[in-house]
Write a protein of this length. Sequence first.
Length: 492
Amino acid sequence: MSSLVPIRFQPFDVDTMAEAAGRVVVIVPPEGKMGPAVRRANRLTRGAVARLVESERFGKAKVGDVISLAWPAGMAAEALDVLVLPRRPDQAEARKAGAALAKLAGGKDLLVMAGNQVRCDELALGIVLRSYDFDAHKTKEADKVGTVTIGHQKADEIEATFAPLYAVADGVRMTRDLTNEPANILTTTEFADRLAEMEALGLEVEVLEEEKLAELGMRTLLSVGQGSVSPSKVVVMHWKGGEQDDAPLALVGKGVVFDTGGISLKPAGGMEDMTMDMGGAGVVAGAMRALAKRKAKANVVGLVGLVENMPSGNATRPGDVVKSMKGDTVEIINTDAEGRLVLCDVMWYAQERFQPVGMIDLATLTGAVIIGLGHENAGVFSNNDTFCNAFLKSAKAEDEGAWRLPLGEGYDKQLKSRIADVKNVGGRPAGSITAAQFLQRFVKEDTPWIHLDIAGVASVSSETSYAPKGATGWGVRAISRFVLDNFETVVE
Ligand code: BES
Ligand code: MN
Ligand code: ZN
């Protein structure tokens, strides 16, 4: 497991600059006005900063750009980073600026001379998110987590507003760790153990084992895991931060710890990426962690279906018919369309047991969503415009791409089975939509529901604004904000 970079806030004091090790950051607004820290840096470097600010390079710099002076004379630091940022940046500008600083620092100590900078808490969040590094399995790499110190005139105030943001960042960290972890380490049992550890945060965590799942009738979920030596599990994480009688919001995650495709085996090229096929469950876990750590005043229950999709003598065959917990029978045409088989039972169970006010499922469900939306947006499907629009607003506010795609009865034709109630694949056309249509069969009419197909955004091969390549933690921030804005009613 990785750890979050620690962030210290201290009173703004220009006398700390000369001797600071690592990198020192000063902030200059685009119009070039030099505040106290910049003037001190300028004096220490005998005018180098003023020349930089007057240069053509600075004139062309954009908000969020960093211009570095290496080994600056008059300072102990190995670099003086001049960050271009208005005094009142918007949230995304502040976060991206922080991320840019963290990327440059690469784990070195960082002293940010923030003065009276507005949205410094958001800048700090950007630093924390982009400082993430999954080096758990690099034996020769030194522990790269440096310390970050932020000097600000209102250090106490910012420390307080930063606390819930840090909680969310820790949720993002957990999601990324789970999603990056290889499948020989993150088995279904290890996954469940890591979730159970969150009881220490005040979550109620319950692990349902195969026997119990069989008793509940979750045959479609069990059919996916039956070829693996790792036992299938459903984990329920309950956060009770709201009024006792309020029904919870339910989050449901696809947790396929490895997806070989099963008997409908995937080709070898790129199969290693299927370690991230538990990304939906990873987001549910990280979101529950964020909510618990920031003590959200809402009731939220997170459920994940943990299975491994393997071929073996026990594995489900193409053509098999299995009965879901709901009672609908499914003809399994392709054992590689396994995510929906896991989700449909967990979603049904979530509704039967908790009667949630709304349900959001997250899954790395289809390759087709990557063809449609690439790596910038998750696919969003919903049966309820109000619920969906509220989520889209939260995702936008958190700068997490999300794009709604249609549902429609017409697509059900593609899922008709000759011998069962439904089949698990609908052919190539509209592959992400037919997957969502399949799931919708298992959503009760009065349950507001959102399905998030995160196959394209959960893990990416080039870095994003807030994350290095690999797992992004997409969705943790959006969900935390969605809960905050829609379910945490402030009672006066
Ligand atoms: N886990 C995959 C979807 C996926 C693909 C996630 C690429 C991340 C990156 C899913 O289980 C799957 O195999 N889907 C099939 C469905 C098909 C057989 C109907 C797909 O998309 O090809
Ligand atoms: Mn699959
Ligand atoms: Zn899968």
